[in-house]
Structures are given as C-alpha cells and as structure tokens.
Design a protein around this ligand. Structure first.
Ligand SMILES: Cc1cc2nc3c(=O)[nH]c(=O)nc-3n(C[C@H](O)[C@H](O)[C@H](O)COP(=O)(O)O)c2cc1C
Length: 329
C-alpha cells in the first residue's frame, strides 16, 4: 500500500502534517535547513516581537548614552526598529532560498499598532503565510471579556487588508465563550488557520528565596489534553484548518491530533529535547500507523474522533472528576 502523508493547511500544500513550531530553533538558518531535510511539512519562523518592531526606547538610557538631544530618542528607536526588521526579513529570505518547504513568518502581537506594515514586508520577502502569535493575557481587571476579544478582532481587521498570503492565528485558551470565539475568529474571510494553542511563558515561585521564578519553558506530553479537547469540539464546526499545538512530543501525539480533526500538528519542545531530526521519526511513526490501520491518505482518518463523528459526543465535554472517578483509589 502506498502511504501518502502529504496534506494541506491554510491553503499551503505540505509534504507532512508535522510542522516545526515557532521557537528560537526556527530563528536559526542552519536549523531551518535541517528541519526541512528531516521532513518538516512547514516551518514557522521564530516570532518577531511587537516590541522589537515598535521599540519603545527607554528614554533615560538613551539620554545617558547620547546626551539630552530631542531627536536622539527617535533616531535610536528608528535604527533599532529597522535593524530588527531587516534581520527578520533576511531570515525569511534565507529560509526560502535554502529549503523547499513552506515558510511561515510569525509576529507576536499584543496591540493594534504600526507593526501592521511589517506584515506586508514579510509577505514581500517571500513568506508563504503569516502566523499572528496573539499573546494577550486577560489580566487587567478593568478590561472585560468583550474588550479583550475586540483587540483580537481589531488586529485581524488591521492586518488582513494588506495580506495576499494566508493568515493564521496562534491563540490561547483564555476566552470565556471559547467555542464561540473560535467560531468568530474563523469566520473572518482572511483567516485560514487557527493554532490551538499557544503556550505561555509560565510563572513559578521559589519558596526559599520567596521570589517569582520561571516555570519550565517546555511542555509535558500530557499537555496535549487541552488542545485535543478543543480541536475535537470545534474541528468540524468551523471553516478553517486547525494546527494542534502544545504537547506534540512524538508520532503518537501527531496521530491523536489528526484523529481529533487537526489538519496539521506543530512541535517545539520535542525538537529541543530530541533534536530536529526527530521530525523524521514522527513521520515514520505516522506512516507505519497508517499502514497498520490501512489508511492510504490522511483524509481517510482525519477527524474520525472529532465530536460530531463519535457515538458519545459528550465525552469531549466531560470535565467533572466527581461524577466519573468518585470510586477511584
Ligand atoms: C524556547 C522556546 C521559544 C519559543 N518561541 C516562540 C516564538 O517566538 N513564537 C511563538 O509563537 N511561539 C514560541 N514558542 C512556543 C512554541 O511555538 C509552542 O507553541 C509551545 O512550545 C508549545 O508547543 P510544544 O508543546 O511543542 O513545545 C517557543 C517555545 C519555546 C520552548
């Protein structure tokens, strides 16, 4: 049986559903080439951060360095911004020149701002798609859910008229009306893909030093549960492709994501821990699993366990331990 793991995502044709997620690895030309050789379906470049584009220069520092001249701040701000943007544009160009896989540029956005112009530059440099890494933590007690959601909508509204390449949104799960918000985001005509989900840089506490510290930057394999649930719930109800992200640590996780209805899977932690060549092993696992289960193409089994297709759709919404595990010991 000829097994074909090619697929398409957000209008792009991919050799594999295993995508290299945005990370510092995908900011290095050498690693990008290795990922492509290992069989990545696409590569999401490291994000350029809104701050890098807008560059709010600390005016006191600038004045100490250059003296208190009125134009200094603007100049330094302009220079730093241009340098960051140029560097990123070069990264896109080199990735395009040295690989034969779709290259997706990524912008970290937290507000509606002048970085919108950057999206066009990324497109002109040859990016095949643009992923917006939308990282708005709803931590302001004066901002209600609707106001936060409107920031998302406004960003999409601002960036989309300039884009000819597909737009995808990498989002988190802090929405009160989760399924409805995913539906609303997917309804925008320019949005072609949703990445479920982004992983925050988490906080921990050191009880001896009584200080805030950073939690692990890496995910655990069990972290797949959350994206799996939401992929399963919305995959067959929204009109865009889903890239499942967080906890895709091996080939088995890739299969799970596809069964839940994702079009593709994104991996970062696995590539740090096991090396970028591990993409090849994930592809091999997928092919062998398909062969064993007699599927020739991904579409033969994708979404088999999405909510609409299972006998007990309530399983995806099961959330209370008490009811189901009250006898557990
Ligand atoms: C060191 C590191 C750097 C990352 N940098 C970015 C980034 O620039 N942009 C982005 O959208 N996600 C970034 N991420 C998040 C990953 O793309 C991914 O969403 C997250 O790690 C969850 O996936 P995983 O379980 O496969 O690691 C980064 C993750 C790590 C570990």
């Amino acid at each position: 049986m000829a097994i074909d793991i090619s697929t398409n995502y957000a209008g792009l044709t991919l050799k594999s559903p295993v995508i290299a997620s945005s990370s510092s690895l995908t900011g290095k030309p050498q690693k990008i080439e290795e990922m492509a050789k290992a069989g990545a379906g696409a590569i999401i470049l490291k994000s350029i951060f809104e701050e890098q584009i807008i560059m709010e220069v600390d005016s006191e520092r600038v004045n100490n360095m250059y003296g208190n001249y009125p134009d200094t701040e603007n100049y330094v701000s302009f220079y730093t911004k241009k340098h960051n943007v140029d560097e990123y544009i070069n990264l896109i160009r080199s990735a395009k020149n040295n690989t034969d896989v779709p290259i997706v540029a990524s912008i970290n956005c937290i507000s509606v701002s002048e970085w919108v112009e950057f999206a066009e530059k990324a497109q002109d440099a040859g990016a095949d798609a643009l992923e917006l890494n939308m990282f708005i933590l709803p931590g302001n007690i004066e901002q209600n859910g609707e106001e936060v959601e409107n920031i998302y909508k406004q960003i999409i509204h601002e960036v989309s008229p300039l884009l000819k390449i597909p737009l995808t949104l990498k989002i988190h799960y802090y929405f009160s009306g989760m399924a409805n918000m995913l539906y609303q985001l997917a309804e925008h005509e320019k949005v072609k893909g949703l990445v479920l989900f982004n992983r925050f840089y988490n906080t921990d506490i050191d009880i001896n030093k009584k200080k805030l510290t950073n939690a692990s930057i890496f995910s655990a394999p069990t972290d797949i549960s959350m994206p799996l649930r939401w992929t399963g719930i919305v995959a067959d109800k929204i009109n865009v492709d889903i890239a499942i992200s967080t906890g895709i640590h091996d080939g088995e996780a890739v299969v799970k994501g596809l069964l839940a209805g994702a079009k593709v899977t994104q991996a970062a932690t696995a590539l740090y821990k096991k090396g970028v060549d591990y993409i090849g092993e994930m592809n091999t696992f997928l092919k062998e699993w398909m062969e064993k289960n007699e599927y020739e193409r991904i579409e033969d089994f994708r979404g088999l366990l999405a909510q609409k297709n299972i006998n007990r759709p309530e399983l995806f919404e099961r959330s209370q331990f008490m009811k189901y595990f009250s006898d557990y010991n």
